[in-house]
Design a binder for this molecule. Structure first.
Ligand SMILES: Cc1ncc(COP(=O)(O)O)c(C=O)c1O
Length: 405
């Protein structure tokens, strides 16, 4: 076999990432990734691990001791959550209102759990009254929900109400915060979430590879009291405790560069301030929302459960979403995405996350999307849209996020 020496030098196109993730990475994070490696047990790295854990606690709004970046993408943190908290025979209540509830079900089943479901149409959040009635019927051991459904652009409001219902029934609460952490108001401790996980490449604007996970003492007690070890060796939190807990002994070789990147991305969160970061996402995505509406398009989600980090925009009648998405990529180097599952062909998914949640990027995206829709024959007024977005950007946030005491 000949050496493939004709493989060209790496030269990917320069894109603006306004899709469901990854988002654009801050140059400081990219620079951190070119920092020379140290060993994963080097005293310098051990110190840096403490810093990452502290920064993650700040970002999750938690005091949970057990707060770590799991090696792998968001699905690794997700699987670490389900593989450990779900014991064989446990009943797990999962949502059916989006793509990721389905993944929760698969992971729970692989962990030996029995899955029961609570529904809402795709694009809508769970209704606490429905959760309460399924809780009464099924008395699950674990209740999982998606705080920010990337597949539909729906935010799950009423989180404290949901966790209260679950706790009244003795269930542990697992929250998927992949598309909310660092961009949308999330208060793990105050809201009573027992286990929360996230990803790097959404509102933290970090390349995928190390993924936040936090568990409270109540959840860790269940895990420590398991009758049989979790079926995953790599994601066994009991074993990972040796590395991320006090001892710092070898379990696996941490992805050093991803941990550097996560540290820098979280430093950016702390510098900006978490509440201010939530406000920025609302303000900039609010301009996007105002722009698409003024242009003549419709948002898929009601304002009550609008998700600033992922804006689902209805595809106008007679328009092929795939063609528009391709034209926006080819003509403007902007990545946006289409709908999945029940919403395939029905919505555009426009991310507004982290370093991509900036005024210039949103105005650029509106101009590109509006221009291509106009070209395809949709009834849109691009100038009206841009004007509305500019005016919205000039205003303060009409619904300020309450600031922590
Ligand atoms: C809500 C949600 N959960 C889980 C995941 C899985 O994360 P990853 O693709 O990084 O493995 C994603 C990824 O888009 C997501 O949006």
């Amino acid at each position: 076999m000949q050496a493939p020496t004709d493989v060209a030098e790496l030269n990917p196109p320069e894109r603006t990432l306004m899709g469901p993730g990854p988002s654009d990475v801050h140059p400081r994070v990219l620079r951190a990734m070119s920092t020379p490696l140290v060993g994963h047990l080097d005293p310098a790295f051990l110190e840096l691990m403490d810093e990452v854990q502290e920064l993650l606690r700040y970002t999750f709004r938690t005091n949970n001791q057990w707060t770590i970046p799991v090696s792998g993408t968001g699905s690794a943190a997700m699987e670490a959550a389900f593989a450990n908290i779900v014991e064989p025979g446990d009943t797990v209540l999962v949502p059916t209102n989006g793509y990721f509830g389905g993944r929760m079900a698969s992971m729970s089943e692989r962990a030996g759990g029995e899955v029961v479901r609570v529904g809402a149409p795709w694009g809508e959040p769970l209704d606490p009254a429905d959760v309460r009635s399924v809780m009464r019927e099924q008395e699950p051991d674990v209740f999982a929900f998606v705080h920010a459904e990337t597949s539909t652009g729906a935010l799950q409001p009423h989180v404290p109400e949901l966790t209260e219902i679950a706790h009244e029934h003795g269930a542990y609460v697992v929250a998927d915060c992949v598309t909310s952490l660092g961009g949308v108001e999330l208060r793990v401790d105050e809201w009573g979430i027992d286990v929360a996980y996230s990803g790097a490449q959404k509102c933290l604007s970090c390349p995928p590879g190390a993924s936040p996970l936090t568990l409270n003492d109540r959840a860790m007690e269940k895990i420590h009291g398991r009758d049989e070890p979790t079926r995953s060796w790599y994601l066994d939190l009991g074993l990972l405790e040796g590395y991320w807990g006090g001892e710092r002994s070898y379990h696996h070789t941490a992805p050093i560069t991803n941990v550097y990147a996560m540290r820098e991305a979280l430093r950016l969160v702390a510098e900006e301030g978490i509440e201010e970061r939530w406000r920025r996402h609302r303000r900039v995505a609010g301009a996007l929302k105002a722009g698409v509406r003024a242009m003549g398009l419709e948002m898929n989600a009601d304002d009550e459960y609008w998700l600033p980090s992922l804006n689902a925009v209805r595809v106008p009648a007679g328009i092929d979403a795939g063609e528009i998405i391709q034209a926006v990529l080819d003509g403007y180097d902007i990545e946006i995405a289409g709908g999945l599952g029940d919403l395939a062909g029905e919505i555009f998914r426009i991310g507004c996350m982290g370093h991509s949640a900036r005024p210039g990027k949103v105005l650029h995206t509106l101009a590109a999307l509006g221009g291509e829709l106009e070209r395809a024959g949709a009834e849109v007024d691009v100038d009206l849209g841009i004007g509305a977005a500019r005016r919205r950007l000039a205003q303060a946030d009409e619904q300020p996020v309450p600031v922590d005491e």
